[in-house]
Design a protein around this ligand. Structure first.
Ligand SMILES: [Fe+2]
Length: 295
């Protein structure tokens, strides 16, 4: 029942055309239009890593979590069902649409939607970035990470740990400016790959259903060129460049058409979990990220 990686995400958008421009021209992702008026983005050899589906709302719709085998998938579905959470099996058609062999849907205790899946349907189309990004760091580490709203943060953390096999990596407290308040919890969890965290849980409601999404590029020049493209394309840089304390990621945060930020990062720590001890970090960044660290 151990999740191996964040395989894909699904975003509902009132304006897929804005996402198409943002994804291709700013982020450098390979756009594939869908017959329903949506768009999907490739980052690597997978048929898609980000699906933008047209809808009435702008919201993060679901995170797709990969299980390494049919047995692991069945065990995860059973564990979630036995916890009392509702689990719905996806149809063959729905699995085919997600380019997987088997699919199930559920929600964590804070209401974030998950799609658990196993198997990968491959079409072997090579990834070609329209802006010349040399590559995204994906493979067995998955597509990146998501930071999800989790008002019921302790229950939600337990859900990922005990039912899906995630482990603690780090935790922080986010001050809210109230004297003697401990701050809001921010828990960083890893699954079965070296990425420092594939999900983080933030103890708050967030409009749109996502704090941020992180994509990692292979070279510093890929990050620098993306910042140049933001300026040329009129995309807003919400948080300027810095290096995070916990995962050592050098990144900038770019405002997406859905309102949440895309963290565009490079050079994150790939952790060997065999001798890892979970940490509590008291600062967000080693340097930079001025908007996050009080200017
Ligand atoms: Fe992040």
């Amino acid at each position: 029942m151990t999740v191996s990686s964040l395989g894909y995400i699904v975003i509902e958008s009132k304006d897929p055309a804005a996402w198409r421009n943002f994804g291709a021209d700013v982020l450098g992702l390979m756009a594939v239009d869908t017959p329903d008026g949506g768009v999907r983005f490739r980052m690597d050899d997978r048929p898609f890593r980000i699906a933008i589906v047209p809808g009435q709302e702008d919201r993060f719709f679901a995170a797709g979590w990969e299980l390494p085998s049919r047995e692991a998938f069945d065990a995860a579905v059973k564990a979630v069902a036995e916890s009392g959470a509702a689990v719905e099996h996806g149809s063959k058609e729905e699995a085919a649409d997600r380019k997987v062999r088997a699919l199930a849907r559920c929600q964590d205790p804070s209401g974030n939607r998950l799609e658990l899946y196993e198997g990968r349907v491959q079409d072997y189309t090579p990834f070609v970035s329209p802006t010349g990004v040399s590559g995204f760091v994906t493979g067995n580490m998955g597509m990146g990470h998501v930071v999800l709203p989790a008002p019921k943060v302790e229950e939600t953390r337990a859900f990922y740990k005990t039912l899906l096999g995630f482990g603690d990596t780090d935790e922080m407290r986010v001050p809210i400016g109230v004297p003697d308040h401990p701050g809001l919890a921010l828990y960083f969890l890893h699954c079965d790959n070296p990425r420092h965290h594939s999900v983080a849980l933030f103890e708050a409601e967030i409009p749109g259903g996502l704090v941020h999404l992180m994509l990692e590029v292979e070279k510093l020049d890929d990050l620098g060129r993306c910042i140049d493209r933001c300026k040329r394309q009129g995309a807003t840089i919400a948080i300027n460049m810095g290096r995070h304390s916990n995962d050592k990621m050098v990144s900038s945060y770019i405002k997406s058409p859905s309102g949440f930020d895309v963290e565009y990062g490079w050079d994150a720590w790939q952790v060997d979990w065999t001798d890892y001890v979970p940490t509590k970090s008291e600062i967000f960044s080693l340097w930079g990220h001025p908007e996050m660290n009080g200017g």
